[in-house]
Ligand binder design. Structure first.
Ligand code: SF4
Length: 230
């Protein structure tokens, strides 16, 4: 099945556990989540930019796109291919074919997901090497992750997942407790914290909370924004 892509580019990972990793980013169009203040342009485009070199038309064929990526960059010269969005799981049928093509070429695969489409994550998660899962909080995004849904995540995926959360200075202990429950479900003892709008408002009560509860919390500014790259 063909799918809609927003852009394909090369950059470094700017968030979470793999910050600094050189990656190819494949940004999928579309997202059903509707976070307030979303700063990602995932809108549909008729043709998308491919490494700043060419334009390809949407919807694109997964085998064609994976061949083009392989022509441009080989698996042994990057850390991984980051499948991002939007919400990539939104186009699950296209994604499924695309990741098979990329996997067959030998790429390490990295999924960035909002954590709202857990059935789809369970369907395809095994194909990924790394899954970056966002716990979205109402106070930051206007929508909030669901503990019940997190409990449904296939335990076979736990070792691929790391969790990040965007916070701001209105986050309270109830929010943090919810994050803690989610981490415990996933058997995680680490969390990566980003501040809304990349402010440098380091809130030590937040890191104190996590350390008190046995979680290693790391404050990671969104490095790509500091470097003014994508
Ligand atoms: S899930 Fe991500 S892309 Fe979708 S609306 Fe929220 S922040 Fe934006």
């Amino acid at each position: 099945m063909n799918g809609d892509i927003k852009e394909v580019f090369r950059s470094i990972q700017g968030e979470g556990e793999y910050v600094g990793a050189p990656q190819v980013f494949v940004r999928f169009s579309g997202c059903p989540i509707g976070c307030k203040g979303c700063d990602t342009d995932y809108s549909y485009v008729e043709s998308f930019d491919f490494f700043g070199l060419e334009k390809f038309s949407n919807p694109v064929n997964p085998a064609f796109l994976s061949d083009k990526i392989y022509d441009f960059i080989k698996p042994n010269s990057i850390h991984s291919i980051s499948i991002t969005g939007g919400e990539p799981l939104y186009q699950i049928d296209f994604l499924e074919e695309f990741v098979v093509c990329l996997k067959n070429k030998g790429y390490r695969l990295f999924l960035e997901t909002s954590g709202f489409l857990i059935d789809r994550l369970n369907r395809i998660g095994e194909m990924f090497d790394i899954i970056s899962l966002d716990f979205k909080l109402k106070r930051s995004f206007g929508v909030e992750f669901d503990i019940i849904e997190i409990e449904k995540i296939d335990p076979n995926l736990f070792n691929k997942i790391y969790v990040k959360v965007v916070i701001n200075n209105t986050i309270n202990e109830l929010d943090l407790n919810k994050v803690l429950i989610g981490l415990n479900i996933l058997n995680k003892n680490k969390i990566y914290l980003h501040f809304f709008n990349n402010s440098n408002n380091i809130t030590y009560s937040v890191t104190d909370f996590f350390y008190r509860n046995g979680i290693f919390a790391y404050y990671v500014p969104q490095v790509h924004k500091f470097l003014e790259i994508r």
